[in-house]
Structures are given as C-alpha cells and as structure tokens.
Write a protein that binds this ligand. Structure first.
Ligand SMILES: [Zn+2]
Length: 302
C-alpha cells in the first residue's frame, strides 16, 4: 500500500486564519501556532479528514527559538518548550483512536535555527564548528521529544548536506527508543543542496537499526526521481517523498497554480521505491486532494 503523508503546514494553517508571514510570527513561522491548541488541532484534523495515513507534528520550526541572536528567545524558553509539548500531545490525542495512522515527530534542519532559507544551499555547514553546532542542535530537539512527549517516531526534514545528516545520526543513536526517517533536500542529478552525492551517506544510514527510512523532501518534483534511484539501491523499509511545489515557483514566490502531482510521475516514484508520498512547501490542500486521488488509484489497481 502506498501511504499518504500530510502537505504544507503553513498552507493548512492559512485556512484557519493563521499567517506565517505576519510580523508577530516571524521568524518562528508555523511554530507559534501551537500557542493555540484549538488552531493546531484544526490544522491536524483537516489533514486527517483528507485521508492522510502519516502525519507530522508542528515542530519543524522550533529551531528558530534556539537562535541566540534573538534576545527574547532565552526568556521565552519555557513557553516555547510548552508549545513543543502541545504540538505533540494534541496530535497524539487526535490519532489515538485512528487505526493505522502514524505520527512522526518533525525535526527541522539546523537551517531553521538560522531561518534564512539556508536549507537551500547548506552553506552554514562550511562554518567553523558546524559539526558541533549541528550535533548539539539535534541533541536538544531529541531531548525534548524524549522527555516531554510520547512521540518515538521521528522524521528529520530538509537536511541539505551529508555532514549534517551524519551529525543528526550521531544524536539519534543517543536515544535508542527513537526510530527515524531521515529526509534530505536535493538539487539536480541526485545531489544534495550543498552538493554531495548520497550513495555513501545512504549506506551509512542503512547500517543503523534506528533508521527506518530515508526521504526526499522540499525538492523540485522534477529532481525527485534521480535521488530516488540512488536511495532504492539501499532497500530502506520506508522511503518518503514529499516535494515542494517546484523550486522556481516556490523560491521565487511565483503564483503558478498548475498541478504539482500527476499519475505518471507518482507511479514512477512508487516503482522506484517510494512508500509514502506527501507535500512540502507550497503544496496546498487542493494539490493534496489531487495526490490523494492518485494514491487511491494506485492502491486500488494493485
Ligand atoms: Zn519545504
């Protein structure tokens, strides 16, 4: 069975009147929505009503609350940790009675700490001490999941560089109860945004029994297949594919409403090992409804 993952949280929150781009929500983006338990529950419910089988917690943008350059972050630490808890408990509660729905704790890339779109080049990993910074960053987030939530399945999202992936892996190994899908963002020719090829990295991830899968996310739909073909060789139990609406449209803030998904494309992904498909930045509910039909179609024809 092909599984359906959720779409863009920011697009979904918009339906309920929450604007990520408003002055009070910058630079924490979707994260402050967790201050309103009803709002975040409504966003989750709308994904569940759409028929998703896999859903992520609204914790991706927690990273910006760890940015020491923002003066109030320190004094609001407890508040933000409380938001983190609400994001998780509210989703766990909503899915408890739903058979077969899997909750994934979203672990945002280190780029969310810098909140400057650097996930699309990964240049911060060239900074001196980047490895330590990455290791500590992931350690902090995994500690929160471990100590404050019941979530034990994680999805690391939008990682742009191989070294960052390895640092995330090191942190994961310190939390043996946790299982994870590690998902990366790609440019052309199966290269990560920072430039690396992924064959060696995929082999390294596959060796760890806590890693249940690898993913391709926030990637132009056109760039998915080459990366998928490399990942396929490693036989991960789970392969997540959740592209953005298209790099040129999304990074240039275009308003092209053309469809992100079509049957041929999604069939090609499934044939090349994708187990779970959803949407990332810019993928709206309308696009998710199209994807749901495609996934149903594939599941019924088997
Ligand atoms: Zn994205």
């Amino acid at each position: 069975m092909v599984r359906l993952l959720d779409g863009s949280m920011s697009a979904q929150l918009k339906h309920f009147g929450y604007d990520c781009n408003s002055a009070e929500n910058i630079p924490h983006w979707t994260f402050p929505a967790n201050s309103d338990e009803c709002l975040v529950a409504n966003a989750y419910k709308s994904f569940l009503d759409l028929g998703v089988t896999d859903i992520t917690t609204n914790t991706y943008h927690f990273g910006s609350t760890l940015d020491k350059r923002i003066p109030e972050n320190d004094s609001k630490k407890e508040i933000y940790e409380n938001y983190f808890q609400i994001a998780c408990s509210s989703l766990v509660k909503l899915t408890e009675m739903k058979d077969g729905v899997r909750v994934w704790g979203s672990v945002g890339t280190l780029a969310t700490l810098y909140h400057d779109m650097s996930e699309y080049n990964g240049k911060y990993m060239d900074n001196e001490d980047a490895e330590n910074t990455a290791r500590n960053y992931y350690q902090t987030i995994l500690t929160l999941f471990q100590t404050k939530t019941k979530v034990r399945n994680l999805v690391f999202e939008t990682i742009p560089s191989a070294v960052e992936g390895l640092m995330a892996l090191e942190a994961l190994k310190r939390f043996p109860e946790m299982r994870a899908v590690m998902s990366f963002t790609f440019k052309e020719n199966a290269c990560l945004r920072h430039g690396e090829e992924i064959d060696t990295l995929a082999g390294e991830l596959r060796k760890c029994s806590q890693i249940v899968g690898m993913g391709i996310n926030c990637t132009d739909p056109e760039n998915v297949l080459p990366a998928l073909k490399v990942i396929k060789k490693h036989n991960f139990p789970e392969v997540f594919v959740y592209p953005n609406m298209g790099d040129s449209k999304f990074l240039n803030e275009g308003s092209d409403e053309s469809d992100v998904f079509n049957l041929d494309m999604v069939t090609g992904w499934v044939e090349n090992g994708a187990t779970t498909i959803g949407g990332c930045c810019g993928v709206t509910e309308t696009q998710m409804k199209i994807l749901k039909k495609i996934v149903d179609n594939l599941n019924n024809s088997k």
